[in-house]
Design a protein around this ligand. Structure first.
Ligand code: ADP
Ligand code: MG
Length: 157
């Protein structure tokens, strides 16, 4: 995969997704709007990534992210979905999600069973946790991107 766009900083509103039931699997994914997805580099590799995420002015948490093909648009548009490794009390549709994508875990893959899918995602989460504990990745958690007041920030840098 092509890592030249990383780390990639991005922020945007959380919108309703395709409703593939990720929440039922215990792995909810906060979807970015089509507009935010279009602002991504068009040659960024699809697959699973890790990084940091923050909802509104909340705490910064570890995350895993998938960049994939969006079935809603007949797989001609990408979707970008963030699973934050944290238990939230409530949904946060309409809130601003800020993320930094740091590293690549694996390409997209089809699974033979739901069990296989879930265990792959659980492995992705464990890999993300390990990677993000490394000093070079931990320091991005403290990046000004997550802490600057609203209005003094740019969409990406
Ligand atoms: P949708 O298809 O609308 O994206 P999901 O089943 O993927 O539905 O659930 C995503 C929603 O769940 C998010 O938009 C957010 O409001 C909520 N949510 C709650 N906890 C988390 C979490 N840890 N990570 C991501 N989203 C979460
Ligand atoms: Mg989702």
């Amino acid at each position: 995969a092509d890592m030249r766009h990383l780390p990639y900083f991005c922020r945007g509103e959380v919108v309703k997704g395709f409703g593939r039931g990720s929440k039922e699997l215990g792995i909810p994914t906060a979807n970015f709007s089509e507009q935010v997805v279009e602002s991504f580099p068009s040659d960024i590799s699809t697959g699973i990534y890790y990084g940091w995420a923050c909802v509104g002015h909340g705490d910064v948490h570890k995350m895993v992210l998938s960049i994939g093909w969006n079935p809603f648009y007949k797989n001609i548009k990408k979707s970008v979905e963030t699973h934050i490794i944290h238990t939230f009390k409530e949904d946060f549709y309409g809130e601003i999600l800020s993320i930094v994508i740091i590293g690549y875990i694996r390409p997209e893959k089809n699974f033979d069973s739901l069990e296989a899918l879930i265990s792959a995602i659980q492995e992705d989460i464990e890999e993300a946790k390990r990677q993000l504990d490394l000093p070079e990745h931990l320091k991005l958690k403290e990046d000004n991107f997550f802490h600057l007041p609203e209005g003094k920030t740019v969409n990406s840098h």
